[in-house]
Design a protein around this ligand. Structure first.
Ligand SMILES: [Zn+2]
Length: 461
């Protein structure tokens, strides 16, 4: 009996071993293709240089939609289509100003996305500096008439820079309303920059609470925040002049861009892969999220070029409006739910185009354990891709995924060290992306897509 059991185990491990060997051969073809013939880097050059940055609702965002549609049409997808989405359009206007009252030396600032403009002619006020919004209440009446300056330095010891970002980003989004409640007239926020030596302001979304006055809000560079803080320490009554010119321009018709590659075995079952197409309105939106856009498409192109035929339908989705509303993902989810789509898995890329490190996985613990045992060894030693941990899906998948709780979701995780040096700044340009790192990410994405498609049924649910 024991002998029979052992031979069954041996047989299974031989079969698994043979399967792993076959996967390993396919992955090495995928990697070779991506490094030698991959085109994500060339597509990224075109997106960043021919189109440029592309905030939702802008003319450039619609040029990016057409650019994406035309690019998808160059591949043998079974269909390419646009999905209508209403998005808000926020326009920065002319360059912002922050300087000491009566001085000429300006600080580097960017209006926060969604901010209202300062009153005609700008505003001059004293500044109240704090680290945490939660301390605001202690100051009560002292907030009235002041610009509140939240100056919480980034925790530079964290390798998980996304977590460091998350620890403080709520102060960017909630700050203006909290300050306005107490009669403050403006909001200056220390940029979410991973280096205190960074003199570039990092923009990002903020929002107002209904029924509370909206006050103008901007991000100041880390270097500028340190300088302003020193000045305020020597003179707490120092006034500043603050002017921003941004405004909402209402809702605009826009689109998600979608392509489908029909599965030959179970075409009704869908694997979604993609990322957001929009960007902030500074820099070129290269790492955020041009690399996600061009990388996921190139992953599919790699499999197509290698002659792969998918079992399930592969659906490439470029979401509009992740940065300031996630209306694209909301629309994608609502439509998919209405059509009763069977979305079995999703892969999102929205964390930059640095060297790939792995994937966060939203699935049952048994599915994650299985993936760690069966797929992780294929990636880790040869390709240095070793992070396969239970975690959150990307922002867009997370939004539409609320309708699809059983979908297995993968969130692409490139190296996080330098992402928040560039994130939402004028530095996020094509030149900041390395071709080898980007194409290595394409290979990791294509390998995962191949494994999910060919072995989905083997994953314990
Ligand atoms: Zn992004």
């Amino acid at each position: 009996m024991r002998k029979i059991k052992l031979s069954i185990i041996f047989l299974i491990s031989c079969v698994l071993g043979a399967k792993a060997q076959q996967d390993s051969i396919i992955m090495s073809k995928i990697y070779d293709h991506s490094f030698y013939k991959g085109q994500a880097y060339d597509d990224l050059r075109s997106l960043t240089k021919d189109v440029g940055n592309r905030i939702s609702g802008s003319k450039n965002a619609e040029i990016a939609v057409k650019w994406s549609y035309d690019l998808m049409k160059t591949l043998p997808f079974d269909c390419v289509y646009l999905q209508d989405v209403q998005v808000p359009y926020w326009d920065r206007g002319s360059k912002e100003v922050l300087k000491l009252d009566g001085g000429e030396d300006e600080f580097e600032i960017l209006a926060l996305g969604g901010s209202v403009k300062t009153p005609q002619g700008g505003l001059t006020a004293e500044v109240l500096e704090l680290e945490l919004l939660s301390d605001l209440r202690k100051y009560g009446e002292q907030v009235r008439g002041k610009i509140v300056f939240i100056n919480k330095p980034w925790d530079e010891s964290m390798v998980e820079t996304g977590v460091a970002y998350g620890l403080n980003s709520f102060q960017r989004s909630r700050g203006p309303s909290e300050v306005a409640k107490l009669g403050g007239v403006g909001y200056i926020f220390r940029s979410l920059a991973s280096s205190s030596r960074d003199d570039f302001p990092h923009t990002g979304g903020t929002r107002y609470t209904d029924g509370i006055d909206s006050i103008p809000a901007a991000a100041i560079s880390a270097v500028g925040a340190n300088r302003l803080s020193l000045i305020l320490k020597s003179n707490p009554r120092q006034k500043v002049y603050f002017k921003i010119n941004s405004q909402w321009k209402g809702n605009v018709n826009s689109h998600n861009v979608i392509a489908e590659w029909k599965g030959r075995v179970s075409p009704e079952k869908i694997i979604t892969i993609g990322g957001h197409l929009d960007s902030w309105d500074v820099g070129e939106g290269a790492h955020d999220n041009g690399t996600g856009i061009t990388g996921t498409l190139d992953a599919i192109r790699t499999l197509m070029n290698l002659g792969y035929k998918p079992n399930h339908t592969i659906r490439l989705v470029y979401y509009m409006n992740e940065e300031n509303g996630v209306h694209g993902a909301v629309k994608y989810g609502a439509d998919a739910k209405e059509k009763n789509d069977q979305i079995i898995a999703a892969i999102e890329s929205d964390a930059g185009g640095f060297a790939p490190r792995g994937f966060d996985i939203k699935a049952s613990s048994s599915a994650v354990t299985w993936i760690q045992q069966v797929w992780k060894p294929l990636f880790e030693n040869k390709y240095w891709v070793s992070r396969f941990l239970e975690g959150s899906p990307g922002v867009d998948s997370g939004v539409w995924g609320k309708h699809f709780p059983n979908t297995i979701m993968f969130n692409f995780r490139p190296d996080p060290h330098r992402y928040f040096d560039l994130h939402h700044t004028a530095k996020d340009v094509f030149e900041a992306v390395d071709r080898r790192e980007l194409q290595s990410g394409v290979a990791a994405l294509a390998s995962l897509l191949y494994l999910v498609d060919s072995q989905y049924e083997s994953i314990p649910k």
